[in-house]
Every structure is written in structure tokens, then in C-alpha cells.
Design a binder for this molecule. Structure first.
Ligand SMILES: [Zn+2]
Length: 283
């Protein structure tokens, strides 16, 4: 069973909690750290001999095209995290289409390969944003990974399907939704798919959960993290304590925990797990 390791390639200052906590401070106030933190990520993946799916933000790709080429050169899949890290829930359908089209074209120009996957900033495709799936399919995406089926104050839908499923179809073309991993324990969806929960909870929780889903449900788990989660030295501007805690908790242990997880659980790319192939051949 191949689980999916995914990396949302963005700056620490793109993170939704960081942006909300530092309200009023222009992004220009913060320096770029994504190349250094992605070097750590790529080193970790190379040491574990794991290929991952990297959902790269268009803004980051435009400023660091060599980083995107390096990701591809090391055998990882490049997918799309939108252009400007604007929540889908704050965009009109026309704005959303323009954002994903710009980012997808940019990434395909840099990599020379088809970009098949999309992940919304902040998992912001909820029940009110179902219109986004049709646009993603029309814009040439084959899968989306923007759903976290848990109960959470910012995102998520605990009643949504937990495993890959067709979410939109137009004739022979279909868009697959690959939700972030959860384990069903005592009637609740336990978050085992990474992010802040992985930093907050002991490693054993995620490891147990992923193994349980693989063995009991016989399904793959989508796991995600960000390069800035491996960068405890990043700036710490003033922000309310709740934002501070959520953004920075567990960062110093993140790299060692991830390295253990990559040894203990089998991971690959979303294209591998979904059996997707580039039908058009390389561009
Ligand atoms: Zn993001």
C-alpha cells in the first residue's frame, strides 16, 4: 500500500494562521526562507528514498524557478497550490479560474510536465465551494486534495468521504478528490494526515492511524506538511498567543519526527497512488 507524502511549498508568511496573527503587516516585511527550508525537505526525502507530491504555490515558483526544477530533478511530482494563496472561499469563480490557470501554466512552463493535482490554500473548498471542482476539471486537473474530513473550527467536513472518490465528471473526464488522511476511531475521524496535528501529537498517533487505515480499510493515506514547519529559526513577529501557539508548536521536533515516519511507513506520490499517467506524453 502506497500512502501519499505531500508538501505544500510556500513561505512561512503564506500560512493562514501566520497571516491572520500578523494582520496589517505587509508580506514584504518578511524575508524569503523557502529555498533553505526546502533544502531540508529534499534532504529528508533523499535520505529516506521517498518521492513526494509537491503542491507548489505559483508566487513561489515565479520567484524561485530553480527550486521547482530541483524538485522535479530529484524525482518528485509537482502539483499546484494556486497562485497567490488566496482562500477559495474568498474568490469568485472567475477569480479562482484565473488564479489556478496562471499557476498551472507557470508550473508547466518551468517543469515541462503536465500538472495534474491541485490543493486549495487552507483546505478552503467546503460545501459552499463545490463550483470549484468543475473549474478544476475544465482547467485540466485530474485530482484535487483540498478536503479534510474532520471537525475543525476553520475547515473540514466530518461527514465527507474519507478516501479517494470521483467528485466531478464530464463525459470521459473525471476529477478525483483525495482527502487528507483520517482514521476512524470510536466513531470519530482522528486527524492522522499531518499539519499542525502531527506537530502537536506524538508520532505514534499518526503512525498507528496510517497503519490501521492501510490494514483495516485497505486504503492509502494522504499526509501533508510544509517546508516552514521544519524551520524553527523563522521570524517570530508579534501575534496573539493562540495564533503563535498554533503556528509554532512542535517545530523543533518536526524534522526528526518526519524522518522516523518516513522510515516506518511506505510513501509515494499522488500520481503513483491514483495510478495517473501523463496521457499526452511529456510536453
Ligand atoms: Zn498553503
Amino acid at each position: 500500500m502506497i500512502n501519499v507524502l505531500s508538501v505544500d511549498v510556500e513561505e512561512y508568511y503564506h500560512a493562514t494562521v501566520f497571516q491572520e496573527g500578523t494582520r496589517g503587516q505587509a508580506r514584504g516585511a518578511f524575508g524569503s526562507r523557502v529555498e533553505e527550508s526546502m533544502d531540508r525537505v529534499l534532504g529528508l526525502l533523499a535520505d529516506a528514498d521517498v518521492r513526494a507530491t509537491c503542491f507548489v504555490l505559483g508566487e513561489v515558483a515565479a520567484a524561485h524557478p530553480a527550486l521547482v526544477r530541483k524538485i522535479v530533478g530529484e524525482g518528485h511530482e509537482v502539483a499546484c497550490h494556486g497562485q497567490r494563496h488566496e482562500l477559495v472561499s474568498r474568490q469568485s469563480p472567475a477569480q479562482f479560474r484565473a488564479d489556478v490557470r496562471q499557476a498551472k501554466e507557470l508550473l508547466e512552463d518551468i517543469t515541462g510536465a503536465l500538472v495534474m493535482g491541485y490543493r486549495a490554500p487552507g483546505f478552503s473548498i467546503g460545501p459552499e465551494q463545490g463550483w470549484a471542482y468543475e473549474i478544476l476539471l475544465q482547467e485540466g486537473f485530474r485530482y484535487d486534495s483540498s478536503l479534510y474530513p474532520i471537525f475543525h473550527d476553520r475547515y473540514g467536513d466530518p461527514n465527507a468521504p474519507r478516501f479517494p472518490h470521483e467528485v466531478w465528471r464530464d463525459g470521459p473526464e473525471a476529477l478525483i478528490e483525495f482527502p487528507i488522511g483520517t482514521a476512524r476511531v470510536l466513531g470519530l475521524n482522528l486527524p492522522i494526515g499531518g499539519g499542525g496535528y502531527f506537530r502537536l501529537l506524538p508520532l505514534a498517533v499518526s503512525r498507528f492511524g496510517i497503519r490501521r487505515v492501510n490494514a483495516k480499510d485497505r486504503r492509502p493515506v494522504m499526509f501533508y506538511f510544509h517546508p516552514w514547519e521544519l524551520d524553527p529559526e523563522q521570524p517570530r513577529p508579534r501575534m496573539p498567543w493562540r495564533h503563535r501557539y498554533r503556528h509554532y508548536v512542535g517545530m523543533r521536533r518536526e524534522e526528526a519526527k518526519l524522518s522516523r515516519l518516513l522510515r516506518d511507513v511506505r510513501f509515494g506520490t499522488a500520481q503513483d497512488a491514483l495510478g495517473l499517467r501523463d496521457r499526452a506524453g511529456s510536453r
